[in-house]
Write a protein that binds this ligand. Structure first.
Ligand code: EPU
Length: 442
């Protein structure tokens, strides 16, 4: 039976919560542990749906793991038991493709089901496959599965057409034990990638990150045990920051790291949102004066993250004037605005690039820019979450709206945010989880 959140809006969020480890770092590091038969300890791993799916995927090829305490994971893969990730994992998340390199290194071949993840665009994997081929693998796609084979991967010079996070990670995980040196040009350099590099270096890898988006990997023949603490989730931190500002509240997000959120904080300051950097995190608050409109473009790091876009659009609905958001990373990431419009938001989508520069989606028939007219009072509604990051912005919308909203499709938020219900409750939100007619948690 499906459960949903019920939220009565209009209450400022107040208090403090501790941000969890980053989903998009932890899941990749679990995969990295497959590269050694020795034991790895990962700390600060978020207890979320995506972690569980990733552990199940890796377990299916031989990973043995135990939780030690609430957020520490002991990972060990003495032997790869099969190079095939079962088709049952198709469609669940973006992780299976990252197993290609580790499985090839340890087994000589890999069979991976089709990918999944949020429905926010086409999300092809051509960069991944071309990179693996450049590193010497033979890859075939047949009956919804990728078959890859190689006796030994070798170094290569790979220039990515776009600084893809997943493709950069895939090359790192494949080149780290390849014979010779690999250059990734136009690499993604998100903090989550640097965190993966740090874990790999602890395991024995040799990896340089140059200032010009070039990553150089000198292949090594063996990797070893390592202990690593996953960086905190800058998407979750920013989302709670906006939840505080938009509800007129005051929230300390413990563990939020200024260094990973510079662009977000600059944008928040430009609209007039309040924040204060503390030793233990960042305090976010509404300054009491009206907020100013803004034009933002999403970009790869160090630009404004595409995953900050959804809560920021929510904020724009409460800003006085016209704000603009140009999404340049995914072609189809505004589907969630339909439900916000039903709640009273005035959001108009455009196929044009409404930004400083044209992006890859120019003249390609995608609604990838939006104009938001604010401030608009929002009315409670029965809404259904379409994807993970949209999910958080729906919780914010319901927390701001007048009346009681039902937010459905909560499996999406639970995939990516640890203890989200409890965190909203800690901040005094009027939120509970319901199943049919009965209250489950309050
Ligand atoms: N792309 C290609 N070909 C490829 C790979 C990517 O055309 O082979 C395109 C994509 O279609 C997209 C762009 O390149 O338009 C960027 O994709 P990227 O590979 O960087 O994204 P990803 O690795 O699939 C990760 C995060 C996303 C986050 C993006 C951008 C994970 C599991 N996912 O996706 O996070 O938005 O990087 O930072 O790490 C989320 O957490 O909700 C989420 C969607």
């Amino acid at each position: 039976m499906a459960s949903y959140y019920e939220i009565e809006g209009g209450k400022p969020l107040e208090g403090h919560i501790r941000v969890s480890g980053a989903k998009n770092a932890a899941t990749k590091q679990i995969v990295a542990s497959l590269l050694t038969e020795e034991e790895c300890l990962l700390r600060n791993v978020p207890r979320i749906g995506d972690t569980k799916v990733t552990l199940d995927i890796c377990k299916s090829v031989g990973l043995q793991y135990t939780w030690s305490g609430y957020e520490d994971l002991i990972l060990c893969t003495p032997q790869i038991t099969t190079p095939e990730v079962p088709v049952a994992f198709s469609g669940l998340n973006r992780i299976p493709i990252l197993l290609l390199g580790p499985l090839i290194h340890r087994y000589g071949k890999a069979v991976i089901p089709m990918l999944g993840g949020c429905n926010i665009g086409e999300r092809p994997v051509d960069f991944h496959i071309q990179a693996l081929e450049a590193l010497g693998a033979k890859v075939v796609f047949e009956e919804d599965r990728y078959f890859a084979i190689a006796d030994q991967l070798h170094g290569a010079i790979i220039e990515l057409p776009f600084p893809s996070v997943g493709a950069t990670e895939n090359i790192l995980l494949s080149a780290v034990m390849a014979k010779g040196t690999t250059f990734i040009k136009n690499a993604a350099t998100e903090p989550e990638i640097i965190d993966l590099v740090m874990m790999l270096q602890k395991m024995g890898a040799i990896i340089y990150v140059d200032v010009d988006r070039t990553i150089v990997i000198e292949g090594v023949s063996k990797l070893y045990a390592a202990k690593h603490t996953v960086i905190n989730d800058r998407i979750e931190a920013a989302s709670f920051g906006i939840a505080a500002v938009i509800t007129g509240g005051n929230v300390i997000v413990e563990g939020a790291k200024q260094a990973h959120m510079l662009t977000f904080l600059n944008r928040l300051r430009q609209v007039g949102g309040g924040f204060e950097i503390l030793d233990r995190g960042i305090r976010f608050y509404h300054p009491g004066t009206s907020l100013k409109p803004i034009a933002i473009e999403t970009d790869v790091h160090p630009g404004f993250m595409t995953d900050w876009q959804q809560p920021f659009v929510m904020l724009m609905t409460q800003i006085d004037g016209l704000s603009v958001l140009h999404e340049t990373v995914y072609e189809n990431r505004f589907g969630y605005t339909d439900e916000l419009r039903r709640m009273g938001a005035e959001i108009q989508l455009y196929k044009q690039c409404l930004g400083e520069r044209p992006c890859r989606f120019r003249n390609r028939d995608y609604e990838h820019s939006c104009v938001v007219k604010g401030p608009t009072p929002l009315q409670a509604a029965d809404i259904t979450i379409p994807d993970l990051r949209a999910g958080f912005s729906y919780l914010i919308a319901a927390a701001v709206a007048k009346g009681v909203s039902q937010v459905r499709g909560i499996q999406y938020v639970e995939r990516g945010y640890s203890n989200i219900l409890e965190k909203f409750q800690e901040l005094n939100a009027n939120i509970c989880q319901r199943q049919d007619d009965s209250v489950k948690i309050n």
